[in-house]
Design a binder for this molecule. Sequence first.
Ligand SMILES: Cc1cc2nc3c(=O)[nH]c(=O)nc-3n(C[C@H](O)[C@H](O)[C@H](O)COP(=O)(O)O)c2cc1C
Length: 366
Amino acid sequence: MEKWNIGIMGLKSKKSEDSGFLYSPQSSIIPAFHEGRVTIGNLQLSSPLVLAPMAGISDTPFRRIARERGCGLAFTGLMNAEGLLRKRGAYLRIERDDHPISVQLFGSDPEILAEAAQWAEEIGADAVDINMGCPASQVIGLGAGIDLMRSPEKVDRILMQVRRALKIPLSIKIRSGWDRDHINAVEISKMAENCGVDAIIIHPRTKVQEFRGRADWNLIREVKESVPIPVIGNGDVITSFLAKKMMDETGCDGVMIGRGSLGNPWIFSQAREMPFPSFEERQRVMTLHFSLLESHYGGKEAMKKIKRHVAWYTKGLPASASFRKKLFVLKEKEAFFGTITSYFDFIKRRTPCQLSPLAENGSVIG
Ligand SMILES: Cc1cc2nc3c(=O)[nH]c(=O)nc-3n(C[C@H](O)[C@H](O)[C@H](O)COP(=O)(O)O)c2cc1C
């Protein structure tokens, strides 16, 4: 059910040669990130930075990688509540070390959503999130995702019923509204709080915008000022500087990071004042990521999935475009990792320095 296209999702950065990164010697220009404690219902997060739901990407292996680097809460990609009730364990399993986890559901039938949420709680979810922001036509066609923001009375019925069914925390993830003439994030947030929702996650773009333009962080501040429950801001955070900036400018309690974590799960640890990853660390995490994928999906599927992650992990490194071209035709694990090792040996010899963060201001975003 994913309709997000990684290639055209609109997050742009200042380019170096073939990259989105700038080079400098190992850097200490990391922001002093205030470590606010966020509590969502009865769930206390170890960090205010959370991994966004990303269908097809924020799976068990990637959630583990992000958590080990400091992310305070990770979400599943959106799941059809009806499909979940039909397929149950074949659709969703929660591993013992995959916590804290919030299961994101989409749907439009209050009863089905409540039942699916209850099942997620039974199998160990720490929280449930209802998707009210997905702009994909398959989701909207079901009266779900952002379509719900057009029907506040339906939102009310859904949230009342899901809240009654659940003991664990409940959040909603919304956008600004349908289009710029129908911005109703504040109205929906107040209503959600009234229904007993424990947190609001806001990605301040409209349905019509999809991923275009800039996320309007002012709206995060407006939502924060309108409800007493935690508000997690989301949109265009691709460095730890921007995470801090979003919290400072909007007063939001936490920051959700999506595209900025692709190939850069260190974004969670950078914000906790850890050093930027060396080439060795980058290579180590790529190998770890593959072994997690392999034990989760099996070798063949893991080979397919690791390729796009490797593309993200190496984005911006010297000669990475030609390296990826070579890599993507390989099918055997040994040859694949052999090529990665020779590439990293080559860049370590050629570039005795590390990646540095992008500039801290919003200008890096197209
Ligand atoms: C590949 C991809 C898949 C996504 N899947 C979901 C999803 O399943 N549920 C959801 O609420 N948002 C989804 N999103 C939206 C993100 O959670 C997030 O709101 C959006 O990317 C803006 O945040 P960012 O600028 O940090 O990426 C997806 C985004 C991408 C790029």
